[in-house]
Design a protein around this ligand. Structure first.
Ligand SMILES: C[S@@+](CC[C@H](N)C(=O)[O-])C[C@H]1O[C@@H](n2cnc3c(N)ncnc32)[C@H](O)[C@@H]1O
Length: 276
C-alpha cells in the first residue's frame, strides 16, 4: 500500500471505528439498561416490550458534542471503540514507531469491549504489511469483575460489574473483526478474567501493551503479568488514568518497580510511556 493510501485507510478506519463520521442515532431503550432495575427502567422495559411487537420502537435521544466523541468522553451506542480519536492516533503512532524502530514483540489490549482498538491494531499491522506480530485480545467478554476488596482495597464499592453495556460477547467481537475483514490467525483471543488468563498467556515479547480494564485489580493484573514481557523501546499505554483506582494501580506499580520513564498525556485520561 502506498503511504497516501495507507494514511487515508487508517484515517477512515479511526473515524469509522469511533463512529465519528455520523451524528449519534438514538438507541433502543432496552440496549442501555443496567442489570439493576429501577421502577422507571422497569416501566420503560414494559413499554419497549409492547412496542417491539409493533413496527415502532422506544428510543432514547443521545446528543453528543462532536468534541466529546473525539475525546472519547462518551459511552457510544454504535461505535466499535469508545476510546476516541486522540487515543486512536496515539495507538497508531506507537505501533508505527515500534515497526520503524524494529522493537520486537506482539501487541495486546486488556479490556477490549467491542474490539475497536484491537481491530485498529490489526489494521495498522496489515497496512504496513507486517505479518509476524500478533494481536492479543484479552477480555472476560462478560464485563468487569466484581471488586475483590480483600485483594485490591482500592476497588471496594466499584459497581461497574453491574453495567451490562460493558459486557460484549466474544462472538460479537469476532463478528466485528470480520466486518472489517481483519480476523485471521494473527488475532488471538484470551478469554476470561485477567488474573486467570494473563499468567499463562502464550505471549513471548510485547512491543505494545494497551490497558483498558478501568479497575485497580484489572490494571495491576495486566501490569504484573505483561510488563516484564514488554521489550525495551515498547510502549505501555494506559486508557483510564483519569480513574482514581486505575491511576493508583499505575502509580503503585511504577513505584514498586522503580519505573522512571516519563509518562506523557494523550488526552484528558490516556497516558503512556516508553519502556527504557
Ligand atoms: C472500558 S471497556 C474497554 C474499551 C475498549 N478498549 C475500547 O476500545 O472501546 C473495559 C473492558 O474491560 C473488560 N475487563 C475489565 N476488567 C477485566 C478483568 N479483570 N478481566 C477481564 N476483562 C476485564 C470488560 O469486560 C470490558 O470489556
Amino acid at each position: 500500500m502506498d503511504n497516501k493510501a495507507k494514511d487515508l485507510y487508517l484515517d477512515l478506519l479511526k473515524k469509522t471505528l469511533s463512529f465519528s463520521l455520523w451524528p449519534e442515532p438514538p438507541i433502543p431503550v432496552k440496549d442501555f439498561h443496567r442489570k439493576k432495575k429501577t421502577p422507571k427502567r422497569f416501566l420503560l422495559s414494559i413499554v419497549s416490550g409492547i412496542l417491539n411487537k409493533t413496527k415502532y420502537q422506544l428510543v432514547r435521544r443521545r446528543d453528543f458534542a462532536t468534541q466529546d466523541r473525539a475525546d472519547g468522553k462518551v459511552w457510544p451506542g454504535y461505535a466499535d471503540t469508545m476510546i476516541g480519536l486522540r487515543r486512536l492516533d496515539n495507538l497508531q503512532r506507537c505501533i508505527e514507531t515500534v515497526i520503524a524502530d524494529g522493537i520486537e514483540g506482539d501487541l495486546v489490549e486488556t479490556g477490549v469491549w467491542r474490539g475497536g482498538a484491537c481491530i485498529f491494531m490489526r489494521a495498522v499491522l496489515a497496512a504496513h504489511g507486517v505479518k509476524d506480530r500478533k494481536v492479543f485480545v484479552a477480555d472476560s467478554f462478560e464485563g468487569l469483575p466484581r471488586p475483590d476488596a480483600d485483594r485490591w482495597p482500592a476497588d471496594r464499592g466499584d459497581t461497574q460489574h453491574t453495567r451490562s453495556y460493558l459486557a460484549v460477547s466474544r462472538e460479537e467481537v469476532e463478528k466485528n473483526f470480520k466486518r472489517y475483514s481483519l480476523l485471521d490467525d494473527n488475532v488471538i483471543f484470551l478469554e476470561g478474567w485477567f488474573k486467570d488468563t494473563l499468567p499463562a498467556a502464550p505471549i513471548g515479547k510485547l512491543s505494545i501493551m494497551r490497558l483498558d480494564g478501568d479497575m485497580y485489580g484489572s490494571t495491576m493484573d495486566a501490569l504484573t503479568n505483561l510488563y516484564p514481557k514488554l521489550s525495551s523501546g515498547g510502549f505501555c499505554i494506559i486508557d483510564d488514568y483519569a480513574l482514581e483506582s486505575c491511576q493508583k494501580a499505575v502509580d503503585d506499580f511504577r513505584q514498586q518497580h522503580g519505573i522512571a520513564a516519563k509518562m506523557e498525556a494523550i488526552d484528558w485520561t490516556g497516558q503512556y510511556w516508553r519502556k527504557e
